[in-house]
Design a protein around this ligand. Structure first.
Ligand code: NAD
Length: 364
C-alpha cells in the first residue's frame, strides 16, 4: 500500500474531527463583515481539495467563488459541488482574464512550488490580492520579484503559513517574547514523512526546487525563528542520500542543519522523506517546551515545564483565511506577508549552500 504525505496528513485531519473543537474558533461568524471576499483557488490538488475548499465553507471573511484548473473534469466536479458559475472557472491559459471578474478579490496559489512565482505575479497584474502556499518560491530572486509585483500592483501578498494563526504556535511565540521561562537557549525542530509516491512532482527538482526541505522542513525552519523570536546569523548543514536513483541531483533525501542566533541560542534540525517525525523542543534558561505533533493540521499537542498545553484545537485553514482576509478588508498589513516567506527562502538557500560546501554560511 502506498503511504504518502496525503495519508500521513489525512490521518491527522481525521483524528482532529474526533476532538471537540471550540465553535467560536471554527467559524468567525461573530466578526463577519458585510461582504465576504471572493476567493479563487489556483491548482485543485490535495491541499486545495481536502483542506482549503472545506475551510472556505466555514470562513466568515471569505468564500470560494472561482477556480483555476488545467483539468476540465475537475472543473465539472467543482462547479457542481460548490455551485460555481461558468464565468468564474479559468484554466492556466485564460487565467489573466480574471482581471475583469469583480467576483474574485483574492487568488490563492496552491500549485507546485516552481509555479508560485508565475501565478502570483499574474494574479497581482490582474489586480487581485494573493495568498501563496509555502514555500513561496524556489529561489530568493523569485520571492523578491513576487513581493515587488504585489507592491507595484498595490495588492496584498500573504503566504499560507497557517500555524501563525493557531493557538499552540501563538503560545510558542508568546513565550519567546514574554520569557516566562527565561531566554531561549536551544531549539530542536524536525519534520519528515515517508514519501512513497515516486511519481510526485515533489521528486522533480524543476517543480519542487528541492526535497523535504521545500516541503515540510520549512515548517521546522520557521519554527526555530518563531520559537526564538530571532533571525539566525549562520547555518551549517549535511545531507545523506541512500537512494540516488530516486532522489535526483537537486532533491535531498535527508537533510540535517544547525543554526546560530544573535542571543547565543542554537538550533538543530532534521527533514527527511525517509521517516515520519514531527517535533518541536524549545529549551529555555528555566524550563522547556515540547510539542509533537507540532506542525500538522491538528490536534497539536504539547507540554511545558508547567504541564500540558491546554489550548483550543482549531481548523487552521479557517483561521488563516479569515485572518488574512480581515487584513485585506481593513487594509492592515497581514501577519504572514511575502517578507516572512522571503526570510525562509534566504535561509533555505544558505542551508543548501552549507550542505554543498560543508562550510558554515553566514546570513545577513
Ligand atoms: P498536489 O500535487 O496534490 O496538487 C498540485 C496541483 O497542481 C494539482 O491540481 C495539479 O493538477 C496542478 N498542477 C498544475 N501544473 C502541474 C504540473 N506541471 N505538475 C504537477 N501538478 C501540476 O500538491 P499539493 O500537496 O496540493 O501541494 C500544492 C502546494 O501546496 C505546494 O506548494 C505545497 O507545498 C503546498 N501545501 C501546503 C500545505 C500546508 O499545510 N500549508 C499542505 C500541503 C501542500
Amino acid at each position: 500500500m502506498k503511504n504518502t504525505r496525503r495519508d500521513f496528513l489525512k490521518t491527522f485531519a481525521a483524528t482532529s474531527l474526533t476532538v471537540p473543537m471550540l465553535s467560536s474558533l471554527q467559524t468567525n461568524a461573530a466578526f463577519a463583515p458585510e461582504k465576504k471576499l471572493g476567493i479563487a483557488l489556483v491548482g485543485l490538488g490535495y491541499y486545495a481539495t481536502y483542506q482549503l475548499a472545506p475551510a472556505l465553507e466555514k470562513t466568515a471573511n471569505c468564500h470560494l467563488v472561482g477556480i483555476v484548473t488545467g483539468t476540465p473534469s475537475k472543473a465539472e466536479t467543482w462547479k457542481k459541488k460548490y455551485n460555481l458559475p461558468d464565468k468564474n472557472i479559468y484554466n492556466y491559459q485564460n487565467f489573466d482574464q480574471i482581471a475583469d471578474n469583480p467576483d474574485i478579490d483574492v487568488v490563492y496559489v496552491v500549485l507546485p512550488n516552481s509555479m508560485h512565482h508565475e501565478f502570483t505575479i499574474r494574479a497581482a497584474k490582474a489586480g487581485k490580492h494573493v495568498i501563496c502556499e509555502k514555500p513561496m518560491a524556489v529561489s530568493v530572486k523569485e520571492a523578491e520579484e513576487m513581493i515587488a509585483a504585489c507592491k507595484a500592483a498595490n495588492v496584498q501578498l500573504a503566504i499560507g503559513y497557517r500555524l501563525h494563526y493557531e493557538p499552540f504556535t501563538n503560545e510558542v511565540m508568546r513565550l519567546a517574547k514574554d520569557k516566562d521561562f527565561g531566554k531561549v537557549t536551544f531549539v530542536e525542530a524536525s519534520f519528515g514523512f515517508p514519501l512513497r509516491d515516486l511519481k510526485a512532482w515533489r521528486l522533480n527538482p524543476k517543480l519542487s526546487g528541492g526535497g523535504p526541505m521545500m516541503d515540510v522542513g520549512i515548517y521546522a525552519l520557521n519554527a526555530a525563528r518563531y520559537a526564538t523570536g530571532e533571525e539566525p546569523i549562520s547555518v551549517t548543514a549535511q545531507t545523506v542520500k541512500t537512494r540516488p536513483d530516486i532522489y535526483l541531483p537537486g532533491i535531498e533525501e535527508t537533510l540535517f542543519w544547525q543554526m546560530k542566533f544573535p542571543s547565543g541560542a542554537v538550533s538543530n534540525h532534521t527533514t527527511t522523506y525517509n521517516s515520519g517525525l514531527q517535533r518541536l523542543y524549545v529549551g529555555y534558561e528555566n524550563g522547556n517546551l515540547e510539542m509533537s505533533p507540532a506542525y500538522d493540521y491538528g490536534p497539536l499537542k504539547g507540554k511545558t515545564s508547567k504541564g500540558e498545553m491546554k489550548l483550543p484545537i482549531v481548523y487552521h485553514q479557517v483561521l488563516e483565511l479569515d485572518g488574512i482576509c480581515d487584513c485585506i478588508i481593513n487594509n492592515k498589513p497581514n501577519i504572514t506577508p511575502g517578507e516572512e516567506g522571503l526570510k525562509d527562502m534566504k535561509l533555505i538557500e544558505a542551508i543548501f549552500k552549507a550542505a554543498k560546501t560543508g562550510k558554515e554560511v553566514k546570513v545577513s
